[in-house]
Unconditional design. Structure first.
Length: 189
């Protein structure tokens, strides 16, 4: 029917209101939101709706609740960066943060069917499998597993990844054959 208005659910209004409040008052990472009563009046929702909105924004990593202290805006985190780029460090730096990584394991394996298909190589082809924890400002952000076609760089397993960055040891040809499987750590979600 023309002219019929559809009500926006209260918790959706609360989420939008909280985001508006953060932007309007130029709150940054680490800034505290006002008390629930004040925020309810400011954005025009009930406390129940506000709490539902806060819960949703906490689950998205926009807010964090500190017991006995209040609700705070989280600093920006580059999540889902691999949709646009495979360069974690550049994406983190673009967000104004400091990237680093910690090597977990490395070793040669043979490509199974899934990896062979992903890399466009034969099943059983030699690969380097490297796992590392990617860090943002020293805090774990993701676990990264990389598989590199060793036929493009057979000496790669002998490389000391603790002393030299992975990308420094690879030619552009090898980097193009890189397959990334990234899982976000629950501590950052």
């Amino acid at each position: 029917m023309a002219g019929e208005s559809y009500a926006i659910p209260p918790k959706d209004r609360a989420v939008e209101g909280i985001l508006w409040y953060i932007q309007h008052h130029q709150l940054a990472g680490g800034d505290r939101l006002p008390a629930e009563r004040v925020l309810c009046e400011e954005i025009g929702v009930s406390r129940t709706a506000l709490r539902a909105g806060i819960t949703r924004l906490i689950s998205c990593g926009t807010l964090e609740s500190r017991r006995g202290s209040g609700t705070y805006v989280c600093p920006p985190k580059p999540l889902n960066i691999f949709q646009e780029t495979y360069n974690f460090s550049d994406a983190v730096r673009t967000a104004g943060l400091h990237p680093s990584s910690r090597l977990v394991s490395t070793g040669a394996i043979e490509a199974d069917e899934a990896l062979a298909d992903k890399l466009g190589i034969a099943v059983g082809a030699p690969l380097l499998r490297m796992q590392r924890v990617r860090l943002i400002e020293g805090e774990p952000a993701s676990i990264e597993t990389a598989h590199v076609n060793l036929s493009l760089c057979p000496s790669l397993p002998d490389h000391d990844f603790e002393c030299e960055a992975f990308t420094m040891s690879c030619s552009k040809k090898v980097a193009c054959a890189l397959s990334m499987d990234v899982s976000i750590s629950p501590s950052r979600v």
